[in-house]
Design a binder for this molecule. Structure first.
Ligand SMILES: [Zn+2]
Length: 443
């Protein structure tokens, strides 16, 4: 017997002695009551003789494993959870996994704001050994979670894993999960003991040592996010925006970094993907079903407090988070122009003061901003007015066609990555919008 097999026997013993099955109906993570539903395809044939079937993974095997994972999560049992995902040996990756889940379970236990649930798929084709011998295959372990009042749908972390079933009567076990996936970790709740403050429009997560600075700014945070909600459509089930108060060691690096890193705040975009589908191998969001496409977690950097701009940063990043309901592929001038435009609405003079400078800068902006420009938005900005020029397009639309048109234009760009489709929906293409804005600015 190899060491590996010994480990399997050990795990099997744990599973057999588990009360985890009883948790199956008590661990629903989603507010819509999503439950674990075995999704076996009806391709096993009408009559299965157990002796002929060999060693195969069944929906029941998967359900038992998932129940054990969720029982460990709901019971905040770190050792058991690590045991179940095969991360009990000491490697650098396992150390990360242990530290992160230790923080996470403690934070979730002390702050009842996040619900979570594990999903494992029933793989097709690979999960059978007709000789009855040991079975090993790779698939996904998915952890889906929602922050209460902040998420329409599950945000998911996907762990690549090796699954093992030693014999027809043995339990299905996870031999190894991969290291924590980039893009979802570390979350703020993975790297520190955090406290939560809930306002009318925001859920704020912060370290206890930042409690005083957050307390002084809590009204400003709330008012900033409220400004975003005033102008942006509300995704289904979303009443608040999640904001992490970052510190120097983690600034710009939470949730795997981001494509929207700005000076004082970050919007970390997360695609909504159905975790049960994902566990089956689906990797792209279902778009066009009328549900929000994505969300974002926001982090506010220490510099926002130093410069007294917490409200504006919260407003701006909240617009990014709410706009993700339409998609994630809008041109950067739309993404940043919309956020700056909303931000500017609180200050009636903000646009007028810079109007002449924007008018001078705009023709260059128009040349630099083809639909493909992404990083260039931040790096190719000779006048430092790219944000304001983008906002000017929406200011023009608001003044000539109303605020509804601002939302219509922004959402159409977000929801369609094909320029012809955008032009046909809006009745004007990207350069047509630029040309009209340029003409208006010089009037
Ligand atoms: Zn921005």
């Amino acid at each position: 017997m190899t060491d590996q097999e010994t480990v399997h026997v050990h795990r099997r013993t744990l599973l057999m002695g588990s009360a985890g099955l009883m948790f199956l109906s008590a661990c629903g993570g989603g507010s819509d009551g999503t439950k674990i539903v075995p999704t076996a395809k009806q391709d096993d044939g009408p009559v299965i003789n157990e002796q002929d079937a060999g060693n195969a993974v069944t929906p029941k095997d998967v359900a038992v494993l998932v129940a054990a994972l969720n029982a460990a999560f709901e019971g905040r049992d770190l050792d058991r959870l690590l045991e179940l995902v095969g991360a009990t040996t000491v490697t650098p990756g396992d150390k990360d996994l242990r530290e992160r889940w230790a923080y996470r379970l403690d934070n979730f236990e002390r702050n009842d704001i996040v619900s979570g649930e594990f999903f494992v798929g029933l793989p097709e084709g690979r999960a059978r050994n007709s000789s009855g011998g040991p079975l090993e295959y790779r698939s996904n372990v998915v952890f889906g979670h929602r922050i209460r009042d902040c998420d329409s749908r599950d945000v998911v972390e996907v762990f690549d894993a090796t699954f093992v079933k030693d014999s027809a009567t043995a339990p299905l076990v996870i031999d190894r999960v991969s290291e924590t996936p980039e893009g979802f970790a570390p979350a703020i709740w993975d790297v520190a003991k955090v406290d939560i403050a809930v306002t009318d429009h925001a859920v704020l997560a912060f370290r206890s040592q930042d409690r005083d600075v957050v307390r002084r700014s809590v009204t400003e945070f709330d008012a900033g996010v409220a400004r975003a909600f005033d102008l942006m459509p509300r995704p289904a089930g979303v009443e608040k925006v999640f904001i992490a108060v970052a510190w120097d060691e983690v600034r710009d690096t939470l949730w795997g970094g981001s494509n929207l890193i700005e000076a004082q705040g970050v919007a970390y975009s997360h695609l909504y993907v159905d975790p049960a589908e994902l566990a089956q191998g689906q990797t792209v969001a279902v778009v066009g079903d009328g549900q929000p496409v994505a969300t974002a977690r926001i982090a506010v950097n220490p510099s926002a407090f130093e410069s007294g701009s917490v409200g504006d940063v919260a407003c701006h990043e909240a617009v990014h988070a709410l706009a993700n309901q339409w998609g994630r592929d809008a041109p950067r001038w739309v993404v940043e122009g919309l956020a700056r435009w909303v931000e500017n609405q609180a200050d009636a003079g903000a646009f007028q003061q810079q109007r002449d400078a924007i008018a001078r800068s705009f023709p260059g902006f128009r040349r630099r901003m083809p639909r493909s420009a992404v990083e260039e938005f931040y790096t190719d900005d000779p006048d430092g007015l790219n944000y304001e020029c983008g906002a000017a397009v929406f200011e023009h639309l608001a003044r000539t066609e109303g605020r509804e048109r601002v939302i219509e234009v922004a959402s159409t760009f977000y929801g369609n990555d094909d320029a012809d489709t955008v032009a046909s929906v809006l009745g004007v293409d990207e350069d047509g919008l630029f040309a009209a804005t340029q003409k208006w600015l010089r009037a």
